[in-house]
Design a protein around this ligand. Sequence first.
Ligand SMILES: NC(=O)C[C@H](N)C(=O)O
Length: 659
Amino acid sequence: MADSSFNNLTSLARALSQPTLDLTEVADVVSHQRNIQLHSRRRRRLSNCNASESVEPATSPSAVEARVLVINTGGTIGMTLHDNVLAPKANSFVQGLRKLPILHDEVYAQQTCLYQYYGSENSLVLPLSKDNKRIVYTVIDYNPLLDSSNMTTDDWGRIGKDIEKNYENYDGFVILHGTDTMAYTASALSFMCEHLGKPIILTGSQVPIYEMRNDGRDNLLGALLIAGQFVIPEVCLYFYNKLYRGNRVTKVDAGSFNAFSSPNLAPLAVAEVDITINWDTVWRANTTAKFQVSTELNRNVGLLRLFPGITAATVRAFLQPPMEGVVLETYGSGNAPDNRPDLLEELKKATDSGVIIMNCTQCLRGTVSASYATGRVLTDAGLIAGGDMTPEAALSKLSYILAKKEISFDTKKKMMGQNLRGEMVSDLAGAKLCLSDSRFIQVIAKSLSISCKEELEAIRDALTPPLACAAAKIGDIETFEALKDMGSNLFLSDYDGRTPLHIAACEGHLKLVEYLLSHGATVYAKDRYGDTPLSNAVHFRHKEVVKLLRKTGAHFSRDELDEAGTELCSLAASGDLEGLEMWKLAGADLNKPGYDGQTALRLAHAIGKKDVVAFLVQLMGKKSKPVFGEFNEYDEYEDDDDDDDESGVIEFTAAPTGL
Ligand SMILES: NC(=O)C[C@H](N)C(=O)O
């Protein structure tokens, strides 16, 4: 022992005395020294270790150990064939792993008194990792081992408790689990584990680890390497070289190694030649509270999938007590039939009587939004928009939240629509930015250790435009109130010159447009492309917003007017009557010629769009009654009811035909 210490101190001295200092060499020596101390400490503590005193750690000298707890709940990964079907086999997993050199280095274990030191025959150690780490892992086998189809919320609770009990002793946790319900367990644990600071990674396989071709070895190895080497404070799921956020996944394939998908969130990490962590996506709790597991779960929850023709009786039966929380899997972007008052009435009755119903889409990818009347009816019936949450996440979130006794019903409802663990991007229509209190900037300033007034104001002014624009996107007046309280100028534009009014006009948020206008926003703001809020509202066809802007004095800019003729011609050519009407409403001159000198009316006539001609004539009114020159079919379009037939003209400057 003394010799090896001496040798290493000598190597260190040698490395330090080099003319060009090789830091890797120094690090290696220091690390090796630390390792030898570790092993000698181990030996001192262990009276029954057989390893010889003179034995140095096997393999590379500079390994640092990390500890991972593996909780084996069952699943295919450890199954064997009995009577031609796969089933878990008790007490055989660790023995199996011991025989796999890729998952256990027996030489290192013996030389470092691993079993004695960790006091468990179930402790194993991976070969040295690329990053010079030794992942020592201890396996707890559940009894009975379960096919995950047999799992219940009690099993989630048990896993949670075991993690809590062992939290301080390990750097990370790997949960071996069947794939069938892995997405549910991963989602549930993500909520149950409050203020998590270490990685918890669920994995399993499609083919047992003992078979020649299997995915279990890679999955377990990858999960162990990540859990032992990276502080990703999330409940994750590792499968087929990818690490996903646990509450974002769903099982999509029963017959492929690539069994899981995270449709609305990119993987947190990809294990290819190197393991690349997508740190920007990693969720971090903004708290100093201590880790704890909330194992209390409410079982009176359920998933109900809408289908065409579903009866009100089915819905009623499903929503009966003791049901307390339901995930309604709706169509598309959160839609349900709005021509089924019987169905909607059942939903409304249930929400009125205190059942929390989440609106989640049946689609694999995408979010619940407020774009359709068929979606609005569900909001009216009291459903909470589930954003882009998976049904698995929504269900387990309900189970977790409903079990909380210390919070009110209203808070529970509110929390269901909020992003708690990165499980959702909130519903765009209903969401509030998390800055609806005026301390927001102060909090940021505090975390940046900024205290002087000038710096504070500089941060506020830098942050206000994007925050205000983001709030405008979702029509969030409350956030504007909060920004106003901070003394912010609400009407600053972003880097593209776009003001909140531009954005509110694009989105058609009439109330916000009204709010902004009555709080000093200018209707004459132009963005870097010369666009005004008015032209934005016209483009996105928000009639009421156009009317309001016009009432406030908005008009097209010169650039916009220059383009009006061409735009009108193009609308006429495509028969877009609504578009033409919007331009008229916004005060455009419908006689304005396009780039080639032709008006929309002439063009429509030339290409035989009689409906467009009639519509334009009607829009222009008799005051500007067109003179069609040789075009003698005008009578066809004449509005007989209109007696205001005076002398206004629309003139063709050239023959209407032959365009
Ligand atoms: N691949 C698997 O693990 C499927 C198995 N039935 C389970 O979920 O436990």
